[in-house]
Ligand binder design. Structure first.
Ligand SMILES: [Zn+2]
Ligand SMILES: [Zn+2]
Length: 74
């Protein structure tokens, strides 16, 4: 199962500059949410690996615990 699925139709999203659902014809932005406070997190690129920082908790979070949300782009 893909981790990137359309929240509306649950089909896998295709990467085309943005995440794109072909059946719905909607583009999505992927958003990382803090598992502890629910705030949107900042993605930090370091040494080729992505880290996620929560500005509200003021700490880095383990990627395995982060929830991802797909927001439609107008
Ligand atoms: Zn869809
Ligand atoms: Zn947080």
């Amino acid at each position: 199962m893909s981790e990137n699925t359309c929240p509306k139709c649950l089909n896998p999203l295709v990467w085309q500059a943005h995440y794109h659902c072909l059946p719905c014809n909607i583009e999505y932005q992927k958003r990382a949410l803090c598992p502890d406070c629910g705030s949107e997190m900042e993605k930090l690129q370091a040494c080729g690996a992505a880290n996620y920082f929560c500005p509200r908790c003021n700490e880095l979070k383990s990627k395995s615990r982060i929830r991802f949300d797909f927001i439609p782009i107008d």
